[in-house]
Design a protein around this ligand. Sequence first.
Ligand code: B3K
Ligand code: ZN
Length: 907
Amino acid sequence: MSNTAPTASAVIRREDYTPPAFLIDSVALEFDLVPSRTVVKNTMRLRRNPDAASAAPRLELMGEQLEFVSASIDGKPHADAHVTENGLSIGDIPGDAFELSIESICNPAENTTLSGLYVSSGNFFTQCEAEGFRRITYFLDRPDVMSTYTVTLRADKAAYPVLLSNGNLLEEGDLPDGRHFATWEDPFKKPSYLFALVAGKLVCIEERIKSSSGKEKLLQVWVEPQDLDKTRHAMDSLIHSIRWDEKRFGLELDLDRFMIVAVSDFNMGAMENKGLNIFNTKYVLANPETATDIDFSNIEAVVGHEYFHNWTGNRVTCRDWFQLSLKEGLTVFRDQEFSADMAAGDAEGAASAAARATKRIEDVRVLRQMQFAEDAGPMAHPVRPESYVEINNFYTMTVYEKGSEVVRMYQTLFGRDGFRRGMDLYFQRHDGQAVTCDDFRRAMADANKRDLAQYERWYSQAGTPRVTVRASYDAAAKRYTLTLAQGYGETSEAARATQKGPLLIPFSVGLIGSNGADLPLRLEGEQQPGGTTCVLEFTEREQSFTFVDVDEPPLPSLLRNFSAPVIVDFDYTNEQLAFLLANDSDPFNRWEAGQRLATRELLALAARASKGEALAIDDETIAAFARVLDDTTLTPAFRELALMLPSESYLAEQMSVSDPAAVHAARVFMSRQLASRLRDKWLALYEANRTPGEYRPTPEDAGKRGLKNLALAYLSQLDDPRDAVQLAQKQYDDANNMTDRSAALSALLLASATAGASASAADAALEDFYRRFEKEPLVIDKWFALQATQRGGADRKVIDIVRNLMQHPAFNIKNPNRARSLIFSFCSGNPAQFHAVDGSGYAFWAEQVIALDALNPQVAARLARGLEMWRRFTPQLREKMHAALTEVASKVKSRDVREVVEKALAS
Ligand code: B3K
Ligand code: ZN
């Protein structure tokens, strides 16, 4: 073996980009697939790049973990080919264009990194993004080298009856010795990161549809035979995605065939390889017995996301990896819009707005919980990063979720039509090219005849912007003025260095009168009122906006629908928040008002808890929540979101010094107060939201189940949870779907955490659950996760349970889903137990990061990020976290984990 990944932490910088010295127009790959020794023959047509800075003396190809066999140029063996630290160096180059053929060997069976070519459950799969193709063959493995591919796969026919690659099937047939072959051709030029192959014992469901221009398309979803009954929803989601992209963006499927393949060993959610999307089974397989409502909707979103990449990512790709958000931010925005449209269905007016708002709230929750935290920590980076050590560490919340917000703001500024004009121009200019975030911004600017120079700062500045709002009302002149000031809160040194000036912030506002209705809005200088919500274009450090003809002092509804990824500071009183929660016409801001109220209450409780003082809750807060609970004009899905308290990790993040134990005490206290003071209401809600009959994963039914199960969770926290236990036990036994069954199990676990309550019901259900679903890996993942995230108690220490489960025969650290279900669920999904003062959680974390580092650096690096915020914690915890980080830093080898822990320690 040669070319192991270099261990030195070389920093790659955006400013160092240079065009490639050579281009590869076409590639012919031949694979002889054998698990421990796969021979790859790679024949490329190369030419010198006319845009290269200078004529390079040698061709430097990237390669990792490959055994070099031979090279030939234009059909003749080539002597000047040398294996280097990073790949293969070829000299004695014969002119401007030539054919280079290379033979090499790789070992998929031993590949636990799940990057490159690997074996999972006896089948072959690939994962090439970002830099996995160089683990398959020597290549210019960078996204600005785009080529057409012809791929021949040869393998034993009995063991690998199905042979798939990108594009269209050209030919297939038998070979001597029980082997067979298939040849695939992808007519579209693509970067190497979109290459894929699959070989093995798989079956599929298929459908033929006609695309918008009337062409026939073959759609397939491939899975292992036992999973064929769990493919319908993925297929439906694919068809819906195709239709949506035709309708909303005029984008048609370009290939004759589109395939999705499910694999159980996969580092992330899914991968958009051209015409051959490879998916984590978690985002494909679903039937009512095994998948929850959330699984169903995640599958729809991820199938959409990968399909939408076919245009935003594949037809137009990234020039270099710094531009990752060009495809990811845009595609997340597209999948969010798709899900919102699917949730709204045929509904119109307020019903459609409510359905869309539910999706928006879910997305913003993720952004605020995870991306805002990232922006405040040592890994903070702009949407378009300036440097990286390991690119796989930059598939982040910032690149994806903040990137999506940056795309959404174009639509907020220009409207749907203006956004569409920008998209059309982008494809007209750049189809078939590898481009930059600047190219996208220019297309939006030119199509809408706007100067968007200032907007560039959204791509280059790290940290979460903070907008402080002051309001003043002049009763005599009937003028109401909002003064906005923008800046950044507390950020790291590195983030601060990127902050150069004010941003263009589309700031959406409404004004609410004393009767709860929106007031008509007329900005100073406008001829007529422009509706009841307006988008202020806020571009300066401080700027005032004056509304005229304002008859009464209004209550402002700020940043409606979360029109920009910023934090808003405004001194609302509790009464005003309760008023907004009850009245705001913007459903997002109704929810937001409730969250502000709850957050304020919870932080006050946490402060008391950390000083050991007694806890108490304001009656008005309880009453405000009771009103939402009773308000049947609100959809169940919305009420569920509004009645859910902010998460412990989000709350801890809001404290000047994070104290997970105090936050936990506060949140448990408030939950139990809501449970006991509104007990009868929860019971009534539980009854009113049953969904008898056949299971349907529709937004309406899912909303009801969500609200019903939230009621059950509150009831399970009563001092005397016997009624809840009975309800949960019955729900567990009678359930005809996984949403209700797993919610019942989780309620039993929650009830068992009440002091003095017995754990026997929970234990019996856990045992039953395991036996029932022993053969369903995705359900067993849930079984592990439920136990790892349980509340626990003094005599039920979750760390002990987790350590025990690590020894369970079904546990396998090499399978990322399983590792996530137990290790990650505990380390990031159970803050109170993970941050135990004895440091037991951190010791466990360190052991697992070190173990994973040797097997799968990408997964290890994700886990390693679990302690990056160590400086924000109480001194006692901080010290133990620092020790764990230092221990990890001294033992790990991968570039991935080193980058994360070194940045954390240096912060
Ligand atoms: N593009 C892939 C992510 C690849 C991650 C590589 N470490 C999935 C997606 O965003 O659609
Ligand atoms: Zn993506």
